[in-house]
Design a protein around this ligand. Structure first.
Ligand code: SF4
Length: 355
């Protein structure tokens, strides 16, 4: 597993681990900021829009008795700037711009990205790569991951309900060509429709000169059952693409590494350390425990409509909500691996000197 996707990262934040061990609140290291809930594509496996998706509860909007699954909702620029200023002020280290919707659909996204960088925050972007207006600004982020999820334009159109495969490849090529230290990767969520294109997508990624392609599993109510009958063949395809790896191009196989997480259901432990390290702010300005619980009542822990991020973070309500939380109440979790590490570190493990 490459460093970018290690589950061990919390071990680098040992002072925060100590505070958690003492039962104190911590400032999140990482904030996921959803500046736009609107998307310019319509992926079949989108957790925010698909029927039965894990994050649909508060995502869609009712208009004239009709459910709008792709709401035209975004965080106004001034509010996004206020949130970023607060993040820098309280000591958040990194901002991930992601969906919800597509961040680059926000008309002010470049100004917002630049402001985060200007504040000294580390920045990352998850995008479909269809709109790249300012390659310099994007290439000055710490990382950019472009969701491709296909190896041909036909399946790209099918899966994302959007033409644009060639445009996205061309954008990636230009972004890589800027030649900054930005880590540029490609995302590929393995589905029943696209798994046979794993090899093709990996070859394309390598040809584009990106640092890695990340292959991950789809989280849904079906768990690993979604892949019934094809799991061995998917794993076989993932093994065979290994030969494409070089020192500068990695295959990040989260599919095989985290497939078990799909079936683990509720956490076995009461304490969720992960929610303390990462905070999710939706395009509806609500604050959620994590992206798995985003846009759900269960995950909602605040609302920044009339409150600043700083006020929320230091409020008694937030403290209460975090202290009284039982992770076993979560129906499923994508962060078992991270929580296993955090729980190990927080719970004063025994015999640690017998290294
Ligand atoms: S889904 Fe996992 S990470 Fe999210 S709040 Fe529940 S236990 Fe924590």
């Amino acid at each position: 597993m490459t460093n970018e996707y290690s589950s061990l990262k919390a071990a680098w934040h040992i002072e925060k681990i100590s505070r958690l061990r003492d039962g104190l609140q911590i400032v999140p290291t990482h904030v996921q900021l959803i500046i736009s809930d609107l998307c310019n594509q319509n992926c079949h496996f989108c957790a925010y829009r698909m029927d039965g998706g894990f994050s649909t509860e508060q995502f869609g909007e009712m208009k004239e008795g009709k459910l709008i699954k792709n709401p035209n909702r975004r965080i106004p620029k001034d509010k996004a700037i206020e949130i970023l200023n607060d993040c820098a002020d309280v000591g958040v280290k990194a901002i991930q711009f992601t969906g919800g919707g597509e961040p680059t659909v926000h008309p002010d996204h470049i100004d917002i990205f630049k402001h985060a960088k200007w504040l000294g925050l580390k920045t990352g972007l998850v995008t479909n790569g269809l709109v790249m207006r300012d390659f310099e600004t994007l290439a000055n982020m710490d990382w950019v991951r472009i969701s491709l999820d296909a190896g041909t334009s036909e399946s790209y159109e099918n899966i994302r309900e959007s033409k644009g495969f060639d445009k996205v490849l061309s954008n990636i090529r230009t972004l890589v060509g800027v030649g900054t230290p930005c880590v540029i990767g490609i995302g590929f969520v393995v589905t029943r429709e696209n798994w046979e294109e794993i090899g093709k997508a990996c070859e394309i990624a390598k040809g584009l000169g990106v640092s890695y392609i990340r292959l991950s599993a789809m989280f849904s109510e079906e768990g690993s059952g979604y892949y019934k009958g094809i799991t061995p063949r998917i794993k076989g395809a993932l093994r065979s693409v290994r030969e494409l790896e070089t020192d500068s191009f990695k295959i990040v196989d989260l599919f095989s590494h985290r497939l078990d997480d799909l079936d683990q259901g509720s956490p076995k432990h009461e304490f969720c350390g992960y929610q303390n390290f990462t905070t999710y702010i939706g395009g509806n300005l609500k604050v959620y425990r994590c992206c798995t619980t985003s846009y759900t009542l269960h995950g909602e822990v605040g609302d920044l409509t009339n409150t600043t991020f700083k006020e929320w973070l230091t409020s008694w309500e937030k403290k209460e909500l975090y202290e009284s939380f039982d992770a076993r109440s979560c129906h499923h979790c994508q962060f078992h691996s991270q929580n296993e590490v955090i729980n190990y570190l927080v719970n004063e493990p025994t015999h640690v000197d017998f290294v």
